[in-house]
Structure formats: C-alpha cells, structure tokens
Design a protein. Structure first.
Length: 167
C-alpha cells in the first residue's frame, strides 16, 4: 500500500533516511533530526512531501519517497524533484519501489507537472537498472553542482543587499 505520510511517520522516515545514507556509504553525513523533518514536512510552510510504502501482509513501513515541486523556465511549468527513494533491503523486489514511483507519476499527471526528475549515484547499478527498466532517460550532458559548508558561506559573504526582499 502507498499512502501519504503523516506526522506520526516522522521517526520511521528519519530512520529510513539514515538507512539510505548508510547504503550510499555516507552515514556520517546524515544529520537530519525528527524536529527538522517535522517542520519541513508538516510545519507552517512545508518544504517537501512524503509517500510511504507499507507491506500489504503486515502493514510495516518498508519504504518512502520524499519529493518537492520544482519549476522549469524552459517549459514554464512545474515539475517534481524526487529527493529520496528508499525501500528497505529485505523487501526489495516486491514492487514497493515501482509502486512509489507510479504514485509519484500519478501526482505529476494530476498536477500538470511535465517533468519528474531525480539523481542517482553512478555506482548504484541496481537502481540505474531499475530506473532504465521504467523508461527513465539519463541526462549525461548535465552535472549536478553543489555548494555547501565554507564555499557556500564564502559566496554568501559577497552577496549584495536584495532590494524588495519580503521574507
């Protein structure tokens, strides 16, 4: 079963985020707290949404998909960015990942989103094969860029004052 996450799911979502980080060989980088997730998902201004996969046999949570809307200047339309898709290893191959992605695709269609995008680590062959089996196209000409830590702070230090800022 696929359902929308509730605030009650936050501890389980946090646990799966840490499991995903461990799988991606980056457990030390996973610092998300339950409080941060609660605010980001269920606060006054939610930053993202989550779908939960439950095992039909016993109702246990076996996976999640965390996503948020994005906007394309080229198409003038919204799209969806899938930040994380995770299915617990002992339940993989039972269709939970495909069900989560199908539910997200349906949300895209219902909302007029023209693009559904995500990133995958280049060494994650099982995920790459799974995404290819669904018809996903890999954008080889695009490279993900990221600023964080000291480089982000250094660049921000050079920011001019923003005129008309309301937040």
């Amino acid at each position: 079963m696929i359902r929308t996450a509730t605030e009650h799911d936050v501890p389980e979502i946090r646990a799966m985020i840490h499991e995903l980080a461990a799988y991606e060989k980056a457990a030390e980088q996973s610092r998300t707290t339950e409080e941060q997730l609660r605010e980001a998902l269920f606060g006054a201004h939610p930053a993202a949404s989550v779908l939960i996969a439950e095992d039909d046999a016993d109702g246990r949570i076996v996976g999640f998909a965390l996503w948020f809307p994005r906007f394309s200047t080229w198409t003038g339309t919204r799209g969806m960015h899938l930040e994380d898709l995770f299915v617990r290893p002992h339940t993989r191959g039972a269709g939970h990942g495909k069900a989560l992605l199908a539910a997200l695709a349906a949300i895209c269609r219902e909302n007029g989103f023209e693009r559904f995008e995500w990133v995958v680590l280049d060494w994650n062959e099982p995920a790459i094969g799974f995404y290819r089996s669904l018809g996903a196209k890999f954008l080889n000409n695009w490279t993900v860029c990221r600023l964080s830590g000291a480089p982000l702070a250094d660049l921000a230090a050079h920011a001019p004052a923003l005129v008309g800022r309301t937040d």
